[in-house]
Write a protein that binds this ligand. Sequence first.
Ligand SMILES: [Zn+2]
Ligand SMILES: [Zn+2]
Length: 96
Amino acid sequence: MGTLHRFFCPTCAHAVEVSGGDDAGMVCLTTTVVCEECRQLYDVTIAENTGSANAKRIPIHCPKSGMHKVKRWRSPRPCPKCGTSMKKGEPTVLWD
Ligand SMILES: [Zn+2]
Ligand SMILES: [Zn+2]
């Protein structure tokens, strides 16, 4: 069961709903990445959740373009628009 959280930037009011890190659903494992080109946050699939240790790993990527540079979005979770640490809100959606 994966959980999305609402993240909110107190400086520029940018708001997103993402997992905010590694997450796992029934069929896949995901993580939250920030794309430096799009200046957006995305949850992307990083592996199929087959239940076995040798599940195929998928490199982190931007869903918009394979040419975009992405990195994992981790604490202090900077806003992709302005760099302020985003505030974590309540869980919003249970997926899977
Ligand atoms: Zn911001
Ligand atoms: Zn991108």
